[in-house]
Design a protein around this ligand. Sequence first.
Ligand code: GRF
Length: 215
Amino acid sequence: MVSQCKTAILISGSGTNLQAFIDAVGNGSLDLDLTVVFSNNPNAYGLERAERAGIATACIQHSDFLDRESFDCAVITELDRHQPDLLILAGFMRILSPTFVAHYSGKILNIHPALLPKYPGLNTHQRVLDAGDKWHGSTVHFVTEELDRGPRILQGRITVGPSETADELRDRVQTIEHHIYPLAAGWVGSGKVVFKNGQCWVDGEKSPEPSQVTL
Ligand code: GRF
């Protein structure tokens, strides 16, 4: 991918990960063109963050559509006006249709608050505690049709404290996310990391296991 790749960020809520992207571009540590922030929720605080940073915003409410497919087609039409090279899902609380994923094949990234393949889906922090795991963290991955199962790019790991609560874990995992998500997106934006034949490639080599950072 080219430098200054046009990037759309999709949110539904607070947008702390979006803020991490805005800050990283602002301080020069990330070379992406944040072209548009899209939300399905008009009250998402992330929209205010985007406006404050001078980034174009767009909002389409899923509740205005009869089904997932027609909503996704409307989102595609809106996003394509900005011709994005890369889509960043940052707390976008919608399952994407196969049509959407195919339209942007290999160009969509997600961050999931668990060390995938463990704990796809919701309530990851409580599930980690219930299982007595010693390690937890977050994973940046390419999006494929299968929820939370696309090729993994980068994981941030933390140790679970002996008496830590799910809320405390969530806060620490989010701190890692703000570090690893812009980092991984920068790799994709520069072409260091690519999605090819359904797999993640790093510097021209197939990379079945994600890179890892431990904080
Ligand atoms: C993140 O914790 C991410 O793991 C999950 O959604 C959350 C979004 O948080 N996919 P924020 O809106 O970026 O604060």
